[in-house]
Ligand binder design. Structure first.
Ligand code: ACM
Length: 636
């Protein structure tokens, strides 16, 4: 009898324990509370919709997403009557708007009898579905059929809406090309974390990726380059006889298809045509676009810029359009006419970043332009160019946005600014009354290395998950109406394929998603890490790659005044132990545990590190030559 009582108490405790665990939702909702009981989804569950055809489409998307893992063909009925009261998922568009929910907010109520989803707009229903899918057991995201009689969801009440309206991810498809299907997959994954804007970086030195019918060479020439593999940016220069086999572009039909695919998922697409710099692909196609005749090819990853540090640089090839030729503006008029006709989004991004001035400085045409227009320096020349582009874009009925260099020499009157060199440019632009998107390289550059340099494909800078998580797009005292939101940027110089693209995005794009959606006061690093780990398990099911760098040791080498190397170790994630060796063998948890600053033995050549949580390995084996640590320490 006693045994039965104990067993019962234990069972009851474990049930309460289970029921008390909040599901791991990213981004963290505004409010999330447990209810008693569970909803059991089974083959008889009905989905009913009261609202627009768009609401019905959202409900149908849920049914489609539930199908592979459950095997259930759940019926979706239009015309929700409230007569069916049990085993129901009910989607409802509010008849009179609930002002607390805005355009993208929702309420989601999971009770034993039914799940109720309400929103003012279909987008809100869609975000409720994303939350609901994260509440299901992780297997729901897999492609494997799991035979079970029901899927249990905890009773829950969620009310949610975003902090920012612009929640973007930038995808560079120029440096490496990603197919239409890969772009759709990218969209599928971004919406799971409630991103609503794809900034599509369509042109750059390494490839022009959008068909412009009136300028066919942009894609017949500009979309193709020599195929190189290795450390992008330091390849040998291609020779004339090397075939240009790498590349690709989107036809206008492809673009329309992707725009529709995105719109069905409440994602807007911001197209970027990056000018006047970053234009080798355009110039290779139409050489007359430079000020002086130049032999420019589509870059294949060879060095073509000289970076002097401190934000100073020169171009080694003339990769910038000529601001002093009318034909440049005629070219851009053609480009933006077609871009504006294709993309429904009200903004067009004209780039404007990293335009080297050394060729303009030598050009007699630019000198004449400066005299004629009374432009006193190269910044004003650039500003003249940007203002001309703004006029073209406005004439197409669109608003112009550019990287923060467009502030230099005077900002175009109606331009919106995308702040990438930190938040400074954006903060200045807000003060001047301009709209701003924050995508600072300090927090939101997902091409940067996310772990130790010894572990990652080499990139010129690092950005750890925790620093991404610290992103707050709202500068103190700024007008919140002008700071439209933020985005993370994925440049693809070192990203050759979709698996690595995923590795670079996740989990840092979780962190930025939470910075853009969740209330600031709801953000919590410890909780975020716990939820991230659960999403790793979801990604394993869904076969999406992610980086485990947050488990690796952080290595800080320094030199004492006497030149002695010292090594400090730490981890981003609490509760991990680091074990090390200097004897070339592979450490495990029976090796020395790191407790304080290390001094490598005099003749040691390599340090090896591994992290554990309790008895389980969580980090990767790190192998770092002592000579590299010496070099790193000397640099600081
Ligand atoms: C940029 O990263 N050049 C905008």
């Amino acid at each position: 009898m006693k045994k039965i009582t104990i067993a019962f108490v234990l069972l009851a405790c474990s049930m309460i324990g289970a029921a008390q665990t909040l599901p791991a939702i990213i981004p963290q909702p505004v409010s999330l509370g447990l209810r008693t009981g569970n909803f059991e989804l089974n083959a008889q569950t009905r989905i009913e919709v009261s609202g627009s055809p768009e609401a019905l489409r959202v409900a149908e998307m849920l049914a489609t997403q539930l199908r592979p893992a459950t095997g259930y063909a759940l019926p979706v009925g239009n015309g929700f009557t409230k007569t069916v009261k049990s085993n129901l998922i009910a989607f409802e568009l509010n008849k009179s708007a609930d002002i607390t929910l805005g355009n993208e907010g929702y309420s989601l109520d999971i009770q034993p009898s039914s799940i109720s989803i309400k929103a003012n707009k279909p987008a809100g229903l869609f975000y409720a579905v994303q939350t609901l899918l994260q509440i299901f057991p992780k297997e729901i995201g897999g492609k494997t059929l799991i035979k079970k009689t029901y899927w249990s969801l905890p009773g829950l009440s969620v009310t949610d809406q975003p902090r920012f309206a612009w929640r973007g991810l930038m995808f560079d498809v120029s440096r490496h090309f990603f197919t239409k299907q890969e772009v759709k997959d990218f969209i599928d994954n971004m919406v799971k974390y409630k991103y609503n804007l794809l900034h599509w970086h369509l042109t750059d030195d390494q490839g022009w990726r959008i068909e412009i019918k009136s300028l066919p060479k942009l894609t017949s020439v500009g979309a193709w380059r020599v195929d190189k593999t290795g450390n992008f940016g330091s390849f040998s220069a291609p020779t004339e006889d090397e075939p240009k086999t790498y590349g690709g572009f989107y036809t206008q039909e492809d673009i329309k298809e992707v725009i529709k695919y995105a719109a069905d998922r409440f994602v807007d697409i911001l197209p970027e045509v990056d000018v006047p710099g970053h234009s080798s692909a355009a110039i290779a196609s139409y050489p007359e676009l430079t000020c002086d005749p130049a032999n420019v090819r589509v870059s294949s990853g060879e060095k073509f810029m000289q970076w002097h540090g401190g934000g100073k640089f020169d171009a080694l090839v003339e990769n910038m359009l000529c601001p002093a030729k009318e034909t440049t503006y005629e070219f851009l008029d053609k480009v933006f006419t077609e871009v504006a006709a294709l993309f429904p989004f009200p903004y067009i991004h004209m780039g404007g970043d990293e335009c080297a001035k050394n060729f303009w400085e030598k050009s007699s045409a630019v000198k004449e332009l400066m005299e004629r227009e009374k432009l006193k320096d190269m910044h004003e020349v650039q500003s003249y160019f940007v203002k001309r582009v703004e006029k073209i874009i406005l004439a197409k009925g669109k608003k112009m946005i550019g990287w923060d260099e467009i502030l230099e020499g005077g900002l175009a009157p109606s331009a919106a600014v995308m702040s990438w060199r930190g938040m400074k440019g954006g903060t200045e632009a807000v003060k001047m009354g301009h709209e701003v998107i924050m995508s600072p390289n300090t927090n939101a550059y997902l091409d940067f290395m996310q772990g130790d340099a010894s572990m990652e494909p080499p990139v010129y800078n690092s950005l750890r998950l925790k620093t991404s998580y610290e992103f707050d797009p709202m500068p103190e005292g700024a007008d919140p109406k002008l700071v439209k939101g933020g985005q993370a940027n994925l440049w693809t110089e070192q990203i050759y394929n979709t698996r690595h693209m995923q590795y670079m995005l996740w989990p840092r794009a979780f962190a930025v998603a939470e910075s853009l959606w969740s209330p600031k006061e709801k953000k919590n690093w410890k909780s975020f890490v716990e939820r991230t780990e659960q999403h790793f398990a979801r990604f394993d099911e869904a076969e999406i790659k992610y980086s485990p760098a947050m488990y690796d040791a952080i290595v800080k080498p320094t030199l004492t005044e006497a030149g002695q190397l010292k090594i400090d170790l730490s981890t981003e994630v609490d509760g991990l132990n680091i074990y090390y060796s200097f004897d070339n063998s592979f450490p495990d948890r029976y090796y020395p545990k790191y407790t304080q600053t290390l001094t490598p033995p005099k003749d040691a050549s390599t340090m090896k590190l591994i992290t554990y949580r309790g008895k389980n390995v969580v980090g990767r084996m790190m192998v770092i030559p002592i000579a590299d640590l010496q070099k790193r320490a000397a640099k600081k």
